[in-house]
Design a protein around this ligand. Structure first.
Ligand SMILES: NC(=O)c1ccc[n+]([C@@H]2O[C@H](COP(=O)([O-])OP(=O)(O)OC[C@H]3O[C@@H](n4cnc5c(N)ncnc54)[C@H](OP(=O)(O)O)[C@@H]3O)[C@@H](O)[C@H]2O)c1
Length: 336
């Protein structure tokens, strides 16, 4: 039985922070005390956890005395500035941002895939992978164990809640304007470069010199680190779609060994955190609404690829606020 811990959430008022509260409560995490931290804008507001009212405090460098585990979900800049203070105060940081993911001294953990790596965190910081990467690897890991993963070609269909509370608000506003026959003006477009309602935007995160975005490169470098496959090849197009919650990913994966569809489907039997939903002739396949606010990711449309040898094409869906962020972080806290 885990001893009771003093837990802090940095970014407790955000999309991920609020989901962390739900995950901690649902999973009966052994909590002695809960400290909720956000910006000065939220200091003094209250929220309820397990029937108790908790006042949100402003994050400072002194916030971490006596705290055992701090779940960070504010931004990369906030993590870079405050996580070292938390770690120096003896607190283990579990960070949702991209700030430390590629640091060789920071383990990058999906508990269903590489839980043992979480036990060695020399900087007292453990990183939660990118949400699209987590959902993709949840679907690919059972296949990798069977056939040996060589390459991934993927396109994502990413929900607006991936951009936090502001992304949800922008889609809600634009949907309302359209429903009321009102025009969408430049003032109504802030989070995304163009209108997201009734649209699809092939642009998530900032562009790099090679024409890919940072989000797309995260799939490459984070997958290599998590799976310990330094030669893994990944090419990816990340797309924002007008869906509120749950990311979907279309993946063509090539393997070292010949694949068999029936066998591939069977590899998802009894796997933690991922379930097969695959009977397309009866219109049974995963859709984002299936996984919304749920822990498990879903995989379907498993078929032999028609272009590459030893390759399968699959469709993976998961709640990116939950398994892609909050739940994964709480599962890491359970391991340590
Ligand atoms: N949303 C997702 O699906 C998802 C998935 C994976 C990873 N992530 C990562 O998780 C992190 C949080 O994302 P989110 O979607 O939850 O964002 P969000 O909804 O915009 O929430 C941001 C949180 O950060 C807090 N914050 C902002 N500035 C602060 C400051 N100066 N000091 C202290 N706290 C501050 C905000 O507090 P106030 O309310 O006081 O402003 C709020 O609680 C990001 O690094 C994001 O990349 C998000």
């Amino acid at each position: 039985m885990n001893p009771q811990k003093h837990i802090a959430i940095v970014g407790a008022t955000g999309a991920v922070g609020e989901e962390m509260l739900k995950c901690l409560a649902e999973r009966n995490f052994p909590i002695k005390e809960l400290t909720l931290l956000a910006s000065a804008r939220s200091a003094g507001k209250t929220t309820t956890f397990r029937g108790q009212e908790i006042t949100i405090k402003e994050l400072t460098h002194q916030s971490f005395e006596g705290i055992d585990i701090a779940l960070f979900s504010a931004s990369g800049d906030i993590s870079r500035e405050y996580a070292p203070s938390a770690a120096a105060a003896g607190c283990t940081v579990i960070d949702n941002s991209s700030a430390f993911r590629m640091d060789p001294d920071v383990p990058l953990i999906v508990p269903e895939i590489n839980p043992q790596a979480a036990l060695s965190a020399p900087k007292n910081i453990i990183a939660n992978p990118n949400c699209t990467t987590i959902i993709s690897l949840m679907a690919l890991f059972p296949l990798h164990k069977k056939y040996g993963l060589k390459s991934i070609i993927a396109s994502s269909y990413q929900a607006v809640s991936g951009s936090g509370a502001a992304g949800i608000a922008e889609l809600e506003l634009q949907n309302k304007l359209i429903a009321n026959n009102n025009p969408i003006t430049p003032d109504d477009i802030n989070v995304y470069p163009v209108q997201i309602a009734s649209n699809v935007i092939p642009h998530v995160d900032t562009f790099l010199d090679n024409g890919f975005t940072k989000e797309e490169q995260k799939m490459l470098f984070e997958s290599r680190k998590i799976l310990q496959l330094p030669e893994l090849k990944v090419t990816c197009t990340c797309v924002r779609v007008p869906v509120y919650r749950s990311h979907s990913v279309s993946i063509t994966a090539q393997f070292e060994h010949p694949v068999n569809v029936t066998e591939a489907k069977a590899s998802f039997t009894d796997q933690p955190g991922i379930k097969l939903k695959d009977d397309p002739e009866n219109n049974i396949y995963p859709v984002p609404l299936d996984t919304t606010c749920k822990d498990d990711c879903l995989v379907g449309r498993i078929r032999k690829d028609q272009v590459l040898e030893n390759a399968l094409t699959i469709w993976a869906v998961g709640d990116q606020v939950r398994k892609g962020a909050a739940l994964n972080a709480v599962q890491i806290a359970e391991i340590i």
